[in-house]
Design a binder for this molecule. Structure first.
Ligand code: NAI
Ligand code: BGC
Length: 272
């Protein structure tokens, strides 16, 4: 990732990134480490990918551990935070990134599909944010490390504002993440804990590979993106580093849309 080697605004801080073995989470974990943070790479499946990433981070003077946990399971989330605290004394940054899609038309959507997506994408963010806030409050502010007591970044989606036919469970979960994020930001600001969201547009990751199988599908997607390129995980990772750092110290309760202008549609004429 193209960040200058001497830009390390997160030096000494400890981060947990959920769903960090692939896609956006992996890029975020790497970028936070590159910015000086120690990183817990959470994964549910894909131990090999998680370990490869951890080795890469350690090979560049960073520090990383891998931890298997299902973010929708309270006991596993608690164990993950306990492990981070045992290793490094505390946690300063949480990136609530883990998420999935289980797409179906409304009339075909099973209760199981509905519940699964809400449990992982929304309840998972609640469980991790709660543990993070508890740890931030236990530790208190450490001004030498950061002006904030702690930072929470919630990965939402452009579908927190753009309805998405055929994806009711996913859009509802991301709409919920948006309001969860704002409410936590309001509630925790008095403790100098900052909570912000990132809403990516179409980013090249495993979550949507099949949507880009053909050239026609790619072209149809590009028509929805005024900036005319599909995003890379690193586009999101750079935003996460900024939100985790003191550079954004006066920013809380905000959502950063990293979407090449996708949320500006409709009203966009194509432009050429
Ligand atoms: P991805 O499929 O590569 O990453 C999702 C990660 O979450 C995977 O590592 C997966 O194993 C993990 N995960 C799923 N269920 C889990 C659970 N119960 N516990 C722990 N980890 C679990 O896809 P991507 O794109 O990197 O997704 C990351 C986040 O970004 C998701 O929240 C997704 O909704 C969001 N997003 C992605 C966009 C895109 O275009 N790729 C756009 C907008 C939002
Ligand atoms: C979804 C992707 C989709 C993007 C833009 C994301 O939330 O996970 O599959 O490409 O939104 O529609």
């Amino acid at each position: 990732m193209n960040i200058p080697n001497d830009y390390r605004p997160l030096t000494g801080q400890r981060a947990i990134v959920t769903g960090a073995n692939t896609g956006i989470g992996a890029a975020v974990a790497e970028a936070l480490a590159h910015a000086g943070a120690k990183v817990v790479i959470n994964y549910l499946s894909g131990l090999d990918q998680a370990e490869t990433l951890a080795r890469r981070i350690r090979g560049r003077d960073g520090d990383a551990i891998v931890f298997e946990a299902d973010v929708s399971r309270e006991d596993q989330v608690k164990a993950m935070f306990r492990t981070a605290v045992e290793h490094w004394g505390s946690v300063d940054i949480l990136v609530n990134n883990a998420g999935l899609q289980q797409d179906a038309a409304l009339v075909d959507m099973s209760l199981e599909q509905w519940n699964k997506v809400i449990e992982v994408n929304l309840t998972g963010q609640f469980l991790c944010a709660r543990e993070a806030a508890r740890e931030f409050l236990r530790r208190g502010r450490v001004p030498e490390l950061s002006r904030s007591t702690g930072k929470i970044i919630c990965m939402s989606s452009v579908h927190d504002v753009i309805p998405w036919a055929g994806h009711a469970n996913y859009a509802a979960s991301k709409g919920g993440v948006g309001m969860l994020m704002k409410t936590l930001a309001q509630e925790l600001a008095v403790h100098k804990i900052r909570v912000n969201g990132i809403s990516p547009g179409a980013i090249k990751t495993p979550i949507n590979y099949e949507a880009r199988d053909t050239q026609e599908e790619v072209e149809a997607l590009l028509k929805l993106i005024p900036y005319r390129r599909i995003g890379e995980p690193e586009d999101v990772a750079r935003a996460a580093v900024w939100l985790a750092s003191d550079e954004s110290d006066y920013v809380t309760g905000a959502t950063l849309y990293v979407d090449g202008g996708m949320t500006l549609y409709p009203g966009f004429e194509g432009g050429g």
